[in-house]
Unconditional design. Sequence first.
Length: 306
Amino acid sequence: MVLKPDPAPGGTTPPDAMPADGTLVLGCDVGGTKVHSILATATGRVLAEFSEPTASHDAEALLAQIARHRDRLALGQARIAAAGIGLPGAVHPQSGVLTDAPHLPDLGDRDLRQCMAARLGLPVRIGNDVSLAALGEAWLGEGRGARSLAFLALGTGVGLGLIEDGRILRGARGAAGEIGDLPIPGPGGAARLEDLVSSRALLADYRTRGGQTAGTLRDVFAAAGTDPVLPGLLDALAGRLALALRAVIALTDPERIVIGGGLGGRSEVFSRLAAALGPGPVLLPTALGPRAGALGAARLALGGGC
């Protein structure tokens, strides 16, 4: 579906209005469930955006989907200078190969920068989706003016993006910030953070605690006012996330920590996490919401974060 741009940092213009400088970039946030793309100016004004479920059945379908997004957002006459693409996995800084992406079709052992550049007919930069959300917040959101930033995304899974002096901290293999692999105490002993705080894990924990609300985790939240089990579940979630963030703080000492994602953006989650974490870096909810990743991808297309 085509989404009408909402007010955002940097401003917006109507979809038929071209920026005076003519510099336009495509920012594409590819997730396991949806692909969200924007057409943006060099100052972060969103001219148009489009979102639809991810074509996850094979690699060719996904590449074709990204190309369709480019065509749909080009507004018939726009000349797009470059594209930035965020992917849910580790992107190797040298080879451009994507690994650790269980929610996407197998894209093979190929340089995705070259592959996507050939498909789109544009210069392309790619990166981890949560790292690009961090870059978006550093550019136009709660990270503006900060020298260092950590962005925690909590939703279907959990991820972390790290920014230092305007640059994405990628690591040797593009896997810096894979916070989901941190060992955290759980009901049966130490477990991966991802295996304790993902949406599926939380719903299973809710059932184990005797929760009776049927349906998905979203349904459980919808009944939050009357559900006696949910508060204890959220307290446990906040405690585990706080442990993980203390490890991040000890290793990277970020000036600010921004929390986002479908679950992390909920006020009842954020308030508990703030209380569990205690004094330390400034903790803030995302200012860009679901646009953070696409805006970060646009910033990457412009050469930011490199």
